[in-house]
Write a protein that binds this ligand. Structure first.
Ligand code: ATP
Length: 269
């Protein structure tokens, strides 16, 4: 991937199969992302305008970024990644310039997906109690202008992610901007099992490893934490015996017992 001033351009390699669980959500994303790009003629024929922006919200570490990348892969779209926090911390005018420049490059590289992480930092409600309101307001108005300009641009989609959807300015939720809002939840039992399967598929695991049972014992774990659990279990196996050929159930248990999910029940309800 080439990196130009904080923007990464590539067609990601992540596929839908790399994401465990979230069956319905993946289906909705496929329709919203793949159809307009792959069947744009059908959309014009019927006179319907495709979704231009999708807001993904939910707890951290539950695959918002990975979903955006898988969507780009499926549509064979160039992937531009922007971070709200990074834009916000730039010198006066630089953040807006980078935003405009990214949309410009996305137009040239279409089909493109612009992924906007920590969107709430830039798209925060106007007049909210921020110490540096003008920076946020200028960035927000640039973003609104660019999103409205997408009307004529075909094959560009903005995916934004946030853990704080209520902080997003209502102006962004108007039709033609973020028309689709999708909640990416903490994985349920089946989701945890599938995530564990994804992250052990290239590992040598012993016959005593029961992923269903581990899934049952890891309530409130995020996808990122489950990925960490698998990796750590491998490290524990190596630490125990550097010539080890498989990762066994006890290695998973040792790691699991040492971990506590970062989120609490109260935070997700
Ligand atoms: P943040 O809000 O912190 O940016 P996020 O929701 O964007 O987090 P990702 O960055 O997509 O989360 O995921 C973090 C890591 O967790 C990734 O490496 C990913 O592989 C893993 N992960 C999370 N959810 C899943 C899942 N459903 N299936 C497989 N891996 C997952």
């Amino acid at each position: 991937p080439s990196i130009t001033r904080g923007v990464t351009v590539e067609i990601p390699k992540v596929t839908w199969e790399d994401i465990g669980g979230l069956k319905d959500l993946k289906k909705k994303l496929r329709q919203a992302v793949e159809w307009p790009i792959k069947h744009s003629a059908a959309f014009s024929r019927l006179g319907i305008s495709p979704v231009r922006g999708i807001l993904l919200h939910g707890p951290p570490g539950c695959s918002k970024t990975t979903l955006a990348k898988a969507a780009a892969h499926a549509a064979q779209a160039s992937f531009f990644s922007l971070s709200g926090a990074e834009l916000y911390s730039m010198y006066v005018g630089e953040g807006e310039a980078l935003l405009r420049n990214t949309f410009q490059r996305a137009r040239l590289a279409a089909p493109s997906i612009i992924f906007f992480d920590e969107a709430d930092v830039v798209a925060a409600k106007r007049g909210s109690s921020s110490s540096n309101i003008t920076v946020g307001e200028r960035l927000l108005s640039t973003l609104l202008t660019e999103m409205d300009g997408l009307e004529e641009a075909k094959g560009i989609l903005v995916l934004a992610a946030t853990n704080r959807p209520h902080a997003i300015d209502a102006a962004l939720m108007r039709p033609g901007r973020f028309d689709l809002v999708l909640y990416v939840p903490l994985p349920d039992l089946e989701g945890r099992y599938e995530i564990l399967r994804v992250h052990t598929r290239n590992m040598k695991i012993g016959p005593d490893v029961d992923l269903r049972r581990i899934a049952g014992d890891t309530e409130l774990f995020t996808g990122a934490e489950l990925e960490g659990l698998c990796r750590e279990a491998g490290i524990v196996a190596l630490r125990e015996d550097i010539t080890a050929t498989v990762v066994c159930d006890r290695h998973f248990q040792i790691v699991k017992d040492s971990l506590k999910p970062a989120l609490t029940r109260a935070e997700i309800d």
